[in-house]
Design a protein around this ligand. Structure first.
Ligand code: TYM
Length: 333
């Protein structure tokens, strides 16, 4: 068996993209492998600066994992912030990581490009070190658990490559004493394996185009109804491949159902309104039962907190064992 690890930032309720890209594949892998799934609360500190909201978001991501079917006996579920070894390892890894590598990180480069486009002369304006160091902290998350496989969406591919680079740099220097296993990313298959948001771009909280997994039924219905579509009349043929509701449907409906809807759209006679009802039904049927479980877990006094506490203890034992080896390898023991 291999060790699987993945994390989700605690910056609001997870959305359909998180489910499709990470949660569902990770839970499938957990059935036959060692698995450690965690809440990346220090990563989200870059964007969430409101302590009450952060506390709520941490519970929300934990409740989501559990409501989606994570078995806390089988999978270690924990908060990143409960594992001090992660931060110690971040410091150690920073000494084998080229700054030039970090300069090329997508999120950092995108922030600089925005400054350039805005005509700013200081390209690093408004960019904090938390954003710059983000990939390094993520490498530590992965390496501290001696991870083999990281199930993530395609948008995380560069972070996985960086983790490999950093692990190799460490192994090159200290491999005689200790080597990290080299992890690999596992990405969802299929065309456009990045789930689109309501505006057709990648579904993302930062674009505000996301569909939260467990939003109340009536809000979900409204949100889906507001997805922009063109004004092709009901009876006219429509192109499913340029339609966001259709693309979303194809992720969640059975293949046969998707083929039927495609045919009806192409033939004419199916309106966008009907397509959206179809999409709502698919999402609501699939996530309705999980939403109930989610609400129970979010209630104060639920078993959530004990589960995280127990997970933290197990995760820490493992992290401490890695750090003991790493410290010995580098000569700080
Ligand atoms: P985060 O919190 O942005 O997203 C969590 C997971 O959801 C996936 N994802 C998507 N997949 C498909 N389509 C989409 N539209 C979509 N949007 C998000 C992401 O790829 C991710 O797998 N850096 C990570 C958190 C992290 C982490 C780690 C992950 C921190 N340390 C260590 C793995 C291992 C992030 O920001 O994910």
């Amino acid at each position: 068996t291999k060790t699987y690890l993945t994390g989700i930032q605690t910056s609001g309720m997870p959305h359909l993209g998180n489910y499709y890209g990470a949660i569902r594949p990770a839970l499938a892998a957990a059935e036959s492998n060692d698995s450690l799934y965690f809440l990346a609360d220090y990563h989200s500190l870059n964007s969430v600066k409101d302590p009450a909201k952060l506390r709520e978001d941490i519970r929300s991501v934990a409740a989501t994992w559990l409501a989606c079917g994570l078995d806390p006996q089988r999978t270690v579920l924990y908060r990143q912030s409960a594992i001090p070894e992660v931060f110690e390892l971040t410091t150690i890894l920073s000494t084998v990581t080229a700054k030039g590598l970090m300069n090329r990180a997508h999120a950092y480069k995108a922030a600089r490009d925005r400054n350039e486009a805005a005509g700013s002369t200081e390209l690093d304006a408004g960019i904090n070190m938390g954003l710059f160091n983000y990939p390094l902290l993520m490498a530590a998350d992965i390496l501290v658990m001696e991870t083999d496989v990281v199930p993530v969406g395609r948008d995380q591919a560069q972070h996985i490559e960086y983790t490999v680079d950093i692990a190799q740099a460490f192994n090159h220097l200290y491999g005689e004493h200790y080597s990290f296993p080299i992890p690999e990313g596992a990405y969802p298959e299929g065309t456009g394996s990045v789930l689109p948001g309501v505006d057709g771009r990648k579904m993302s909280k930062s674009y505000d185009n996301h569909i939260p997994l467990f939003m109340p039924e009536n809000e979900l219905k409204k949100l889906i109804r507001r997805i922009p579509t063109d004004s092709t009349p009901v009876e006219e043929p429509k192109d499913p491949d340029t339609s966001v509701p259709f693309q979303l449907l194809s992720y969640f409906a059975a293949a046969e159902r998707t083929r039927e809807v495609r045919k009806r759209l192409e033939a004419g006679g199916m309106g966008w309104g009907e397509l959206k009802n179809e999409l709502f039904e698919e999402i609501n049927t699939r996530f309705g039962p999980m939403r109930e479980r989610y609400d129970e877990l979010m209630a104060p006094g639920s078993e959530l907190d004990q589960i995280l506490e127990a997970g933290a203890q197990r995760a820490r034992r493992r992290a401490a064992a890695t750090l003991a080896k790493v410290r010995r390898a580098i000569g700080i023991d």
